[in-house]
Design a binder for this molecule. Structure first.
Ligand SMILES: [Zn+2]
Ligand SMILES: [Zn+2]
Length: 388
C-alpha cells in the first residue's frame, strides 16, 4: 500500500494554477514557486542504504524542496539495477550515508523551481541519472559525464527509491505517453549505456556486431544494434535463457559454455570477424575476446567494469588489423531523446526485459538485490512507487 502523503489539494496553499497529480499540490511552475518550508514539512517514504553490507531500510524523511533550477518529481517507477546490489555490498562507493538508492527513475512533475520555464506540474518525465553543473567545460561540450561536480542520483545524491526526487530541470526529459513509467525508468540506465556504447563504436548500417554479455545492457544492445542497421548480431553468454532472449530479438546465440566464442564467431563469419564488438561483462577474458573477434578496422567498445589489467598483443591484435579499443562511460543526456523515440515507436521493446514489479518496501527490494547478487539476469525488476 502506498500512503497518500499530501493532504487534499483544497487544504494546501494555492501555488499557481497548474495541473496537480493525484492529490499533489498544484505548485504553479514558474509562476509561484513553492516555499521550501511548505514542501519540507511534508514527509515521504524512502528506501535507503544506511550502512554497507546491511539491508536497505524504509524511512520516513522530509519531501525534498526544489531549488530555482530544479523540479520536484513524484516518482512512479524506479528500476532496481545490478549497481544497487554493488552499492549495498560496499563494492561501489556511496556517500554520504544514509542514502536513498535508485538511479532509474520516471514519474510526474510535482513542482517547478522559479527559474524553470520548460516543465509544468503533471507532465510525465524520466530522469537522466547525472545532476551536473551545466556550465563547466565538459557540460558546455555536451560530455557532461565528465562534469567535475556531477553527482549520480542514488549514489552521490538522493535517488528514486522514494516517493519524490528533486532534480535539475536540465536532467529531466518528457516521457511520451506510449512508454509506461516502468519502461521509462529502465531506459535511463542499461538501455542508454548500450546505445552510447554502439555510438562510441560508430556502428554503421550493414555491419556485423558481437555482444558479450546478455544482461540488462546486452538485452537492449542487441535490439539497438538491429535498429541501427546491423546486418548480423552475435550474442555471447553462458546462460541458455539469456541466449534465448537474445535470439528472440534476432541475434545469433553463441554459447560460451559449449564453444570458444572467438573461434565460433570467426567460423560463422568465415574468418572475417565482426565490425563491432561490445564487452558488457567486465572481465579481462571477455575484453580480450571482444578484440579477438574483430575483423580488419573493427572497433571494440568496453563498457563492463574491471580494474584488472588487460593483455593484448599490440602487433597482431591492434596495429596490423588497425582495430580500435574504445572506453565507454555512462551515456549522454543528449542521447536520451533518440532512445525515447525508439521506445515510443515500438522499435525498442522493453516488455520482455521489465518482467516484475515490487512495492516501495525494504524487504521486497532487498529480496530483488539478493537475487541480482546470485544471478544477475537479463530481466529487470521495477519498483512501482506510486501506481498510476
Ligand atoms: Zn543502473
Ligand atoms: Zn559541469
Amino acid at each position: 500500500m502506498i500512503r497518500t502523503i499530501f493532504p487534499p489539494e483544497a487544504s494546501l496553499p494555492a501555488f499557481g494554477g497548474a495541473v496537480g497529480d493525484q492529490g499533489l499540490p498544484a505548485f504553479g511552475g514558474a509562476v509561484d514557486p513553492p516555499h521550501p518550508r511548505s514542501v519540507a514539512s511534508l514527509q515521504m517514504k524512502a528506501v535507503r542504504l544506511v550502512a554497507t553490507g546491511r539491508p536497505l531500510e524504509l524511512h520516513d524523511i522530509p519531501v525534498p524542496a526544489p531549488g530555482p533550477d530544479d523540479v520536484l518529481i513524484r516518482v512512479k517507477a524506479a528500476g532496481i539495477c545490478h549497481s544497487d546490489a554493488h552499492y549495498r555490498a560496499g563494492t561501489g562507493s556511496v556517500t554520504p550515508l544514509p542514502m536513498t538508492l535508485g538511479h532509474e527513475v520516471a514519474g510526474v512533475i510535482g513542482a517547478c523551481g522559479a527559474a524553470v520555464k520548460n516543465f509544468l506540474p503533471g507532465e510525465r518525465v524520466c530522469v537522466h541519472y547525472l545532476a551536473t553543473c551545466g556550465c563547466c567545460h565538459w557540460c558546455g561540450d555536451g560530455h557532461e559525464q565528465f562534469c567535475a561536480t556531477g553527482q549520480m542520483i542514488g549514489k552521490d545524491r538522493p535517488g528514486g527509491f522514494a516517493e519524490f526526487i528533486v532534480m535539475p530541470a536540465r536532467s529531466v526529459f518528457r516521457l511520451p505517453e506510449a512508454i509506461p513509467f516502468a519502461h521509462g525508468a529502465v531506459l535511463m540506465c542499461s538501455s542508454a549505456t548500450a546505445l552510447h556504447a554502439l555510438r562510441k563504436a560508430r556502428l554503421h548500417a550493414g555491419e556485423t556486431v558481437a555482444v558479450f554479455g546478455i544482461g540488462g545492457l546486452g538485452a537492449s544492445a542487441v535490439q539497438l544494434a538491429r535498429i541501427l542497421g546491423a546486418s548480423t548480431i552475435y550474442a555471447v553468454d553462458l546462460h541458455p535463457e539469456k541466449l534465448a532472449l537474445a535470439a528472440r530479438f534476432g541475434a545469433v546465440p553463441v554459447s560460451a559454455r559449449t564453444t570458444d566464442p572467438v573461434a565460433e564467431i570467426l567460423r560463422l563469419t568465415e574468418g572475417r570477424g565482426v565490425n563491432v564488438a561490445l564487452e558488457l561483462i567486465g572481465l579481462p577474458l571477455t575484453m580480450q575476446q571482444s578484440v579477438r573477434v574483430l575483423g580488419r578496422m573493427g572497433r571494440a567498445a568496453l563498457a563492463g567494469l574491471s580494474k584488472q589489467p588487460l593483455s593484448l598483443n599490440p602487433y597482431s591484435e591492434i596495429l596490423c588489423p588497425e582495430t580500435e579499443v574504445i572506453g565507454v562511460s555512462d551515456h549522454l543526456a543528449s542521447e536520451l531523446p533518440l532512445l525515447l523515440n525508439y521506445a515510443a515507436t515500438g522499435q525498442l521493446d522493453l516488455a520482455p526485459i521489465v518482467t516484475r514489479t515490487v512495492p516501495l518496501e525494504a524487504a521486497a527490494i532487498n529480496g530483488v538485490l539478493d537475487d541480482l547478487e546470485k544471478f544477475g539476469g537479463a530481466t529487470r525488476t521495477v519498483i512501482n512507487v506510486c501506481p498510476p
